[in-house]
Each structure stands twice: as structure tokens, then as C-alpha cells.
Design a protein around this ligand. Structure first.
Ligand code: ADP
Ligand code: GN1
Ligand code: MG
Length: 370
């Protein structure tokens, strides 16, 4: 469970939202690397009811109000479409914000922290590690369906909640800056990892150049499609609810498919220290392709299809490079729980990049036959 970086008066925060019943407790919840997430427990006439209460990390999301405006738009659009389609369980199939007592989508506390409250999606789990191909298929189908859902989002372009979030060349430049500055004297211990990243300079701009030249379409994408950002039904494993909407903004389908490859093909945890456990399981990859194409196949272009496996390599390389950058910069971005945590995470990612590279032709063949 993620420990919040500090304690908060969650009882006071909860009282700002239009909730029924009595406050019981709010416990740190989930394994996200960014926000402070709590499982809020209320008692409604003796019946326990849970909510998700989240403090937005405004050190990372510099425009939290713009972010919440995005999130509210996406939630409302998803709910409206589900209701239109007659879905009986709309509040389980898309995130639902609980408004504040004054009817706003988020609460600002006296210290300037932005808080939001969601209905808790019960009976479903965000998994940190993929268990079987059925889960991979459902996760990929759900994220593809999410892209289809937001494709007709009304109200103009969404705010960029983190500018250049997946602009891999900018991430590469930042990495090189951190390496040059070496503010914590850590560069000498990571020469192999640094060389690995530098040797792949030519990969960094493939997608951004493709978008700039109009060869790859810009779409509204989720941009953080790690496996634990989709809740799978505990009984059926169906991908019921896509969560973590902070980075929903213009992007590329390749980022979303790519991060699924990164997080749903290996049986090892993202921070596994035994690199021999990192593996690219082809049945998982096959399930990702079939699940993603089942919901996104109708709108993907030929070029996007062709680049799906490369997207997997690029996203894994990008995140590996981001963990390495954070290690060099002194662990200032991702939450860490132990010394060397970011470096451990970096190493699993770079190992997976190697494995993806070795299987690129096989992965391309999988896409081609689907
Ligand atoms: P972060 O940006 O820090 O990753 P997330 O929005 O992904 O934060 O939330 C952290 C965790 O909280 C998720 O991985 C998931 O386990 C859980 N979670 C978030 N929203 C809900 C919800 N509406 N219902 C149930 N669990 C949720
Ligand atoms: C973060 O928020 P979370 O834990 O779902 C990060 C992603 C990384 C991921 C690596 C806003 O995702 O970009 O891929 O960690 N989110 C942000 O596990 O930076
Ligand atoms: Mg998350």
C-alpha cells in the first residue's frame, strides 16, 4: 500500500464532499506512484460504504484546476454515453465524481491541496502483475474501448496536464541534462544503464516525428495505461473501469498500447530486483494484440498497426529512462519506498526493452495475422 508522503486531515477533507453518513476512517490505498490515494470509509445508517479520496500531486500536475476540468469532462461524457446505451451499471463502468457540498467537482483545502472524491468501484481490482492472458486481453480491450469513448469528447481540446508527457525526445534531453549535472554523484554507478539508453537515441523521435509529419494521427488517449489503471472484475476478470484519468489528453494510440506491453507481458514486478524473472511472455502479447484490436482495430490506421510492437519498446524505454533520470536527480518525481528503488525499476524496464527488441519480428507477425 502506498504510504502518503505526509498526514492529512482526511475527516475535514471528506466533510467538504456531498457524502451521506458518518466518517469512519481514510486509509492509504493502492500502489500508484503519483497521487495520495485514500480509501474513505463511511457508515450510512450502519452500512459500510467506501469512496476513493485523492489528493492531486500538484508538484507534478502544475495546473490541478485544468486537470480536474479535464477529468470532470471525461467522467461526464463517459457516464452520458453509458446511460444512453442503457448500461445498468454505469457508475461501475466509468469513474463517477462525488461533488463538493457547493456543487464543485473538486475541493481546495486551506493549504491549497486539490482533492477529489470518486465512487468506489467495488468487486474489481487493479493488478500490479499480470496473471493470465485473459486479463491481458481484457485490459487491452478496455483501454481501446476507452479511446473510442473519448474520441468524440465535446468541448474542444483537453488541457495538457503535463506538457510533453510522452515527447520522448524531450525526455531524452532531460535525461542527458541530469546525467551531465550528476547532482547526487550517482552517474558512475549506472554506466551500463546510461550506455543502454544512449545507444537507443535513434528510437526516441520515431513517434513524435510521425505525428509531426501527419503519418501518425493525434488522438485523445489515456497516456498511463499501466495494468493497474484498469479495474478488472474479481469474478469474471472483465475490464470494467478505466481509472487514473490525470493524463487523458492528446496523444498517440501507440503510447497506450505500448504501456500495456510494458506492464502486462512480464511476470516480474516493476521493481523486481532479480532480473532473471523479467520475461516477455508471448501468450500475453498475443492477448494484448487481440484485445486491443477488438476495440480499437476499427479506427487504427495501417501505420499505427505496424508500429504497435515498436510502441511497446518505446514506452518501456521511455519509462526506464524516466526512472533513471529520477535516480540521477535524487528521487524527486516517483514515490519511492527504499534506497535504489528507482534504479531497480529502471533495470527491469531496460531488461524488458532488450527482450522486446529480440522479439520484434515475432510481435510484428502477431499483429499482421490479427
Ligand atoms: P495514481 O495516479 O497515484 O496512480 P490512481 O488514480 O491510479 O492514482 O489510484 C491509485 C489506486 O487506487 C489505483 O491503482 C486503484 O487500486 C485505486 N482506485 C482508484 N480509483 C478507484 C475507484 N474509483 N474505485 C476503486 N479503486 C480505485
Ligand atoms: C506513474 O500514476 P501511476 O502510478 O499510475 C506515471 C506513469 C508511469 C508509471 C510507471 C503522471 O503512473 O507515467 O508510466 O508511474 N504517471 C505520471 O509505473 O507520471
Ligand atoms: Mg495509477
Amino acid at each position: 500500500m502506498a504510504a502518503p508522503s505526509r498526514t492529512f486531515d482526511t475527516r475535514a477533507v471528506a466533510s467538504a464532499f456531498a457524502l451521506q453518513g458518518d466518517y469512519v476512517a481514510a486509509d492509504p490505498y493502492g500502489s500508484g506512484h503519483i497521487n495520495d490515494t485514500f480509501c474513505l470509509r463511511m457508515s450510512q445508517g450502519g452500512t459500510p460504504v467506501r469512496y476513493i479520496l485523492q489528493r492531486i500531486n500538484h508538484a507534478i500536475f502544475r495546473d490541478p484546476d485544468g486537470l480536474m476540468t479535464n477529468v470532470a469532462r471525461v467522467c461526464e461524457h463517459a457516464q452520458a454515453k453509458l446511460r444512453q446505451a442503457g448500461a445498468p451499471d454505469a457508475t461501475r463502468r466509468a469513474l463517477t465524481l462525488v461533488p463538493t457540498r457547493s456543487g464543485k467537482a473538486w475541493h481546495t483545502d486551506p493549504e491549497g491541496n486539490r482533492w477529489r472524491c470518486y465512487l468506489f468501484v467495488e468487486g474489481a481490482t487493479g493488478h500490479d502483475i499480470i496473471r493470465d492472458p485473459a486479463q491481458a486481453r481484457e485490459a487491452a480491450r478496455a483501454f481501446g474501448a476507452f479511446q473510442a469513448l473519448v474520441a468524440d469528447l465535446p468541448g474542444g481540446r483537453l488541457a495538457e496536464t503535463i506538457p510533453d508527457f510522452h515527447h520522448t525526445p524531450s525526455r531524452f534531453a532531460r535525461f542527458r541534462q541530469a546525467l551531465k549535472a550528476d547532482a547526487h554523484g550517482r552517474a558512475k554507478g549506472v554506466a551500463r544503464e546510461v550506455d543502454f539508453v544512449l545507444a537507443r537515441a535513434a528510437d526516441m523521435a520515431v513517434v513524435t516525428d510521425g505525428i509531426a509529419k501527419g503519418e501518425i494521427p493525434e488522438r485523445v488517449t489515456h497516456n498511463d495505461t499501466k495494468l493497474n489503471n484498469v479495474l478488472l472484475d474479481d469474478a469474471t476478470q472483465e475490464g470494467v473501469c478505466v481509472i487514473d484519468l490525470d493524463t487523458v489528453m492528446p496523444g498517440s494510440a501507440l503510447y497506450d498500447f505500448g504501456d500495456l506491453v510494458r506492464t502486462s507481458t512480464s511476470p516480474a514486478a516493476e521493481d523486481e530486483t532479480d532480473l532473471s524473472k523479467v520475461a516477455l511472455q508471448m501468450p500475453m502479447a498475443e492477448a494484448l494484440v487481440s484485445g486491443y484490436l477488438s476495440s480499437a482495430g476499427a479506427f487504427l490506421t495501417a501505420r499505427e498497426r505496424e508500429l504497435l510492437p515498436f510502441g511497446g519498446k518505446l514506452m518501456t524505454l521511455e519509462v526506464g529512462m524516466r526512472f533513471l533520470t529520477d535516480w540521477l536527480e535524487g528521487d524527486v518525481y516517483f514515490k519511492v519506498k527504499r534506497p535504489g528503488h528507482n534504479l531497480d525499476r529502471c533495470r527491469t524496464q531496460l531488461r524488458l526493452v532488450e527482450l522486446i527488441e529480440a522479439r520484434l519480428p515475432a510481435l510484428q507477425a502477431l499483429v499482421a495475422k490479427s
